[in-house]
Design a protein around this ligand. Structure first.
Ligand code: NAD
Length: 320
């Protein structure tokens, strides 16, 4: 039986990944600061621990795991990473986790380690035109991420690649582009755009309005969680060790995303564009490399994923 360690197992992607690994017959150890708020973990062993602490990392990495998934990070949506208020914590906490994980994974001889980087590493100067952003993997340098969160991700990509070169740590690195779906943070300040928009629509009064930060013309693409997990597992099966995008290339403006949610909810509302933390003007996953190397591309439309997510967020909001 294969043994996997999932760091960040109490989070959104980690929670879904544990479920999938258990379905595939793995023995799984999960680690996180907290349990998942929305579902009971299926992990065989769930350790509550702080991965910024090297002694904790040494103890959770005490087996030569077949696969380690390093998803733990101090992160959130635009309201968390673009205000500047959390920069020091984001950089310190996530970098400490990654420094510890790369070191102890090497020391114990894990067979393969996955690191979740982000689209936030891409240079702001290539994402000023909302209709034509460039997020090809080879456009990452000269580096100019638009947030400290992005700088830390870029540093940690380089860290894992250095361990690969110097100590043969068998790494797989994905740059996730806005992953969304049920059982993700939907309220409290760390939620991302799809869940936030679903919540606003679910909670709005009939005929009322919702607020969207900025002019709403900023564009993004969003990948449904099941597709993300499938791509991660394909990457782990491959021998590709360079960073690669895992995202959707179905780009949409934030105002149009809001309209899509209203349409799914059958709830017409007006949009009030207000000042708020924003990030770059346009971002879209460039999927040429992943398609070439892994033969992977997303199979679900954004609308299908948003339909499932809206129904889950509405249920959560109704229970509050
Ligand atoms: P999440 O916040 O739901 O999960 C991260 C988990 O890490 C949380 O449960 C958190 O408690 C845990 N964690 C934080 N600090 C820790 C510590 N010191 N010790 C132990 N656990 C700690 O986020 P997610 O959406 O599941 O993202 C997973 C990974 O993917 C993160 O590294 C994130 O940066 C990356 N990523 C996610 C997206 C996305 O759209 N969701 C996009 C790009 C990159």
């Amino acid at each position: 039986m294969k043994k996997a360690l999932v760091c960040g197992a109490g989070g959104f992607i980690g929670g879904h990944l544990v479920k999938k690994l258990k379905k595939d017959g793995y023995w799984v150890r999960g680690v996180d600061l907290k349990h998942n708020e929305y579902s009971q973990s299926l992990a065989d062993e769930f350790i509550i621990g702080d991965l910024t602490d090297a002694t904790i990392v040494a103890s959770v990495c005490n087996l030569p795991f077949d696969e380690v998934f390093q998803l733990a990070a101090d992160m959130g949506g635009a309201g968390y990473i673009f205000t500047g208020e959390n920069d020091a914590n984001v950089m310190h906490n996530s970098a400490s986790i990654n420094l510890n994980m790369a070191h102890y994974a090497t020391k114990v001889g894990v067979k393969k380690i996955f690191y979740s980087s982000s689209a936030c590493i891409y240079p702001a100067y290539n994402q000023e035109d909302p209709s034509n952003p460039n997020c090809a993997e080879n456009s990452a340098y000269p580096a100019a991420p638009d947030s400290e969160y992005g700088w830390e991700k870029l540093f940690s990509e380089r860290l894992f690649m250095a361990y690969h070169r110097n100590y043969n740590l068998n790494v797989r690195i994905a740059r996730f582009h806005n992953i969304f779906g049920p059982e993700g943070t939907w309220t409290g300040g760390k939620e991302k755009a799809p869940a936030a928009v679903c919540r606003k629509v679910a909670q709005a009064i009939e005929g009322g309005s919702i607020e969207i930060w900025g002019d709403g013309k900023q564009t993004r693409s969003f990948l449904y969680i099941d597709e993300c997990i499938e791509a991660v597992q394909r990457l782990m099966l491959s021998d590709f060790t360079e960073p690669v995008n895992i995202g959707s290339d179905e780009m949409i403006s934030l105002n149009n995303l809001a309209k899509m949610v209203m349409d799914i909810a059958k709830k017409p509302l007006s949009i009030n564009n207000i000042p708020g933390p924003l990030g770059v003007k346009g971002r879209n996953s460039d999927n040429k490399l992943i398609h070439e190397k892994l033969g992977w591309k997303p199979s679900k439309s954004l609308r299908e994923g948003i339909t499932a997510t809206y129904s889950w967020v509405k249920q959560q909001a109704d229970c509050k």
